[in-house]
Design a binder for this molecule. Structure first.
Ligand code: NAI
Ligand code: MG
Length: 370
């Protein structure tokens, strides 16, 4: 029985989490799989209640749950409070050792037409998953910060590279034929990148010989992600720093903050490392967007990114691939009702007039029909 820890967080977090969770009883009705849910606090809500952005008790729960379903944390009312609300999420990430951050980037709906800053004929058909190593590299390690000197060691060990390469390989193998994997680095100038490239190549040759692996320098990839985005369809695997930048760039490609989900995994889906009690990967699932205080409390938030994060949870932590696909197809169908001759059901961020609840109910109806 999959056990989910729900951390809605602040502002629109609870609004969209509440709507997304309404899909679980529908999935239980069609599959018989029951989910157990535990709700708790994180971010500003936890600061108000416990004077800390996340409590030790919640951190412990995060490592015991099969998956954590997260909303978003933060808001202007906690201004300069220390610790800041966003720090709760950072501590959860470290505690769970969720080293593989997955962000899909795809153009799957007519609702995206005209939203991308890139010409439609270039961005149409884009469909890749960016995997960012999230626990190593330049953002961690022993930093030196002095008046006239600063240093961030950019370190990667074999273990860190192998485990994230295995997530990429396992994901590539989930489609038939396996999707191509592009590993992005700066092997021309960075020693850590040369080690990265060598070990990634070893892992794929040894464990995923069927998968086509190519290497690309991260800077030229950044450019070609804009000029030829469909060329990278499949999986892009990269380290923490390049992944931070490339994933934000990928987020901008389709021009739709309200539609972007993410997953952070502690192991390959269905694999051994970081495996949870139901056989999937332990993971945390959250939309890419923040808590949107400017629209919170008005029922205007787009629930789609949170709903698609739920679909990722079903797929990677619970091995429920079919159900994940049903949710994704339902979302695409709702976003495209206007093109299909129906009434437009889109939230304000997509140029429509629908509210959170309306959009969520339309998705639920589609899921029931499928
Ligand atoms: P944001 O993503 O919350 O909002 C940026 C803009 O996009 C706003 O105009 C907002 O209304 C809109 N937007 C975001 N999600 C939307 C949705 N689902 N539907 C419709 N419109 C949506 O980023 P911002 O304003 O920089 O940050 C607000 C707060 O969220 C800050 O406290 C920030 O620290 C926090 N934050 C938290 C994150 C997390 O919990 N992982 C990630 C990013 C920001
Ligand atoms: Mg970033």
């Amino acid at each position: 029985m999959p056990h989910i820890l729900v951390l809605p967080g602040d502002h629109i977090g609870p609004e969209v989490v509440h709507e997304a969770l309404k899909l679980l009883p529908l999935i239980t009705a069609s599959t018989g799989v029951e989910f157990t849910l535990d709700h708790d606090l994180c971010g500003g809500a936890s600061l108000d209640a416990h004077n800390d952005s996340v409590t030790e008790a919640v951190l412990k729960k995060c490592t015991e749950a099969d998956a954590v379903f997260f909303g978003s944390a933060g808001g202007p009312e906690w201004g300069t409070r220390q610790p800041n609300p966003e720090s709760g999420l950072l501590r959860i990430r470290a505690m769970m050792e969720i080293f593989a951050n997955l962000r899909p980037c795809y153009f799957a709906s007519e609702a995206l037409v005209g939203r991308s800053p890139i010409k439609e004929e270039i961005v149409r058909g884009v469909d890749f998953m960016l995997i960012r190593e999230n626990c190593g590299g330049a953002y961690f390690g022993k930093k030196i910060e002095q008046e006239d000197y600063g240093c961030d060691p950019w370190e990667y060990s074999r273990k860190e590279i192998e485990r994230v390469a295995r997530v990429a390989g396992a994901l590539a193998m989930q489609t038939s034929p396996p999707t191509q994997v592009t590993s992005a680095d700066k092997a021309n100038v960075l020693a850590s990148s040369r080690v990265w490239r060598r070990i990634v190549t070893e892992v794929f040759e040894r464990e995923f010989p069927e998968v086509k692996l190519q290497h690309q320098l991260a800077d030229s990839l950044a450019m070609m992600m804009i000029t030829q985005p469909t060329r990278w369809n499949g999986i892009i695997l990269t380290d923490n720093t390049f992944g931070d930048i490339l994933s934000d760039e990928a987020g901008g490609l389709t021009g739709s903050l309200g539609l972007l989900p993410s997953a952070s995994l502690a192991g390959p889906p269905g694999g051994k490392l970081g495996q949870n009690s139901v056989g999937g990967a332990r993971g945390l699932y959250e939309p890419v967007h923040g808590s949107a205080p400017d629209i919170s409390g008005k029922g205007l938030a787009n629930p789609v990114a949170q709903v698609l994060s739920l679909a990722m949870m079903l797929r990677y932590s619970f091995n429920m691939h079919k159900e994940a696909e049903i949710v994704e197809k339902a979302v695409a169908k709702v976003l495209d009702t206007k093109e299909a001759g129906g009434l437009e059901i889109r939230t304000g961020d997509l140029g429509g007039k629908a509210g959170t609840k309306e959009m969520s109910e339309a998705i639920q109806s589609e899921v029931k029909r499928m």
